[in-house]
Write a protein that binds this ligand. Structure first.
Ligand SMILES: NC(=O)C1=CN([C@@H]2O[C@H](COP(=O)(O)OP(=O)(O)OC[C@H]3O[C@@H](n4cnc5c(N)ncnc54)[C@H](O)[C@@H]3O)[C@@H](O)[C@H]2O)C=CC1
Ligand SMILES: O=C([O-])CC(=O)C(=O)O
Length: 312
């Protein structure tokens, strides 16, 4: 399958590298507006082919969307990242216009593509892509929940002093410092409920650390993270390309599920060749549903900014 990654910065280039190293694409196009950067990174990745043993053709493009024609999956990472002290929501003024322009161009050349949105504020950028493109809802997916869940499992593994790969855990809701919802009740260590292994105070700290996981990295790095975001996107692409039918929390258009409509938010979905194929109902308790509703209110408020910007 031909895959395009728009934005050849930290996240886009990492994501492209993950996709190529796993042999998920026959051809991968990396596109950026910065003259020569996508071409340079594509060439650099291609020069790992003999060492790592892959045969994907990696092509760089400076703003030439004709090179992306016929892509089956398109990942959108274009836009600015936050700096320490900022929220993801602070990026909307710059990134909304960028995402809208990119999405329009992508659709012209790849009308059948499944779109994965990464640019922040991701829930609102996914909603923008969904509304602006008019694609079937299963073909627009925001990446956030899988990353937040990997951070949740990381913090749980630190608290338990056990490997993160032996831990299951999901984060749903918005992809914001205050809107994400680590589902502590559902977290398990090889089938054992984690609530029986860690005290309530530790669990609360794990949830709080998870929610500000991106901000913590931004403070350390001076810009936001890229290895885990790139790997997370790679896992979503893999599930689509290989029609895996795996469950990942992704930001998708809700139509009554989890009590919300006219919004894109993180819920567990089954991913396969058609994009997200169904939403899994975790049957939230009253407290979890209240948190989900509060999260949705904040996301709706951000989505309304798109109307003020006359983008939808
Ligand atoms: N959803 C998630 O979980 C995550 C989202 N992000 C978001 O992803 C975005 C990218 O982050 P980074 O890669 O770290 O930033 P970066 O600054 O390293 O790269 C962004 C790239 O987008 C390019 N770009 C800007 N406007 C463009 C346009 N119109 N067309 C094509 N390319 C364009 C820039 O030239 C730059 O190379 C940010 O908005 C960040 O907040 C980052 C990590 C995780
Ligand atoms: O923290 C940020 O701004 C980037 C992001 O979404 C993440 O790493 O979760």
């Amino acid at each position: 399958m031909k895959i395009t990654v728009v934005g050849a910065g930290n996240v886009g280039a990492t994501c492209a590298n993950v996709i190529v190293q796993q042999g998920l694409a026959s051809e991968l196009v990396l596109l950026d507006i910065k003259e020569g950067v996508a071409e340079g990174k594509a060439m650099d990745i291609m020069q790992t082919a003999t060492t790592l043993g892959f045969n994907t053709r990696v092509i760089g493009s400076t703003s030439d969307y004709s090179k992306t024609a016929g892509s089956g999956v398109v990942v959108i990472t274009s836009g600015i990242p936050r700096k320490p002290g900022m929220t993801r929501e602070d990026l909307i003024g710059t990134n909304a216009g960028i995402v809208k322009g990119v999405a329009d161009n992508i659709l012209k050349y790849s009308p059948d593509a499944i779109i994965i949105v990464i640019s922040n504020p991701m829930d609102t950028m996914t909603y923008l892509a969904y509304k602006a493109l008019g694609l079937p809802k299963n073909r627009v997916i925001g990446m956030g929940g899988i990353l937040d869940s990997s951070r949740f499992k990381y913090y749980l593994s630190q608290a338990l002093d056990r490997p993160a790969t032996d831990i299951q855990g999901f984060v749903i809701g918005g992809h914001g410092d205050t809107t994400m919802i680590p589902l502590t009740r559902f977290a398990t260590y090889q089938g054992i409920p984690i609530s029986t292994l860690l005290d309530a105070e530790t669990l609360q700290k794990v949830a709080a650390d998870t929610m500000v996981g991106g901000a913590t990295l931004t403070k350390l790095l001076g810009t936001s993270a890229w290895y885990a975001p790139g790997a997370s996107c790679g896992a979503l692409v893999k599930a689509i390309v290989l029609d895996e039918k795996k469950i990942f929390p992704c930001c998708v258009a809700l139509d009554g599920e989890y009590g919300q409509s006219d919004i894109c938010m993180g819920v567990p979905v089954v991913l396969g060749k058609d994009g997200w194929e169904s939403i899994v109902d975790y049957k939230l308790n009253a407290e979890e549903q209240a948190a989900f509703n509060k999260s949705a209110e904040a996301v709706h408020n951000m989505n309304n900014v798109l109307k003020d910007m006359k983008l939808i």
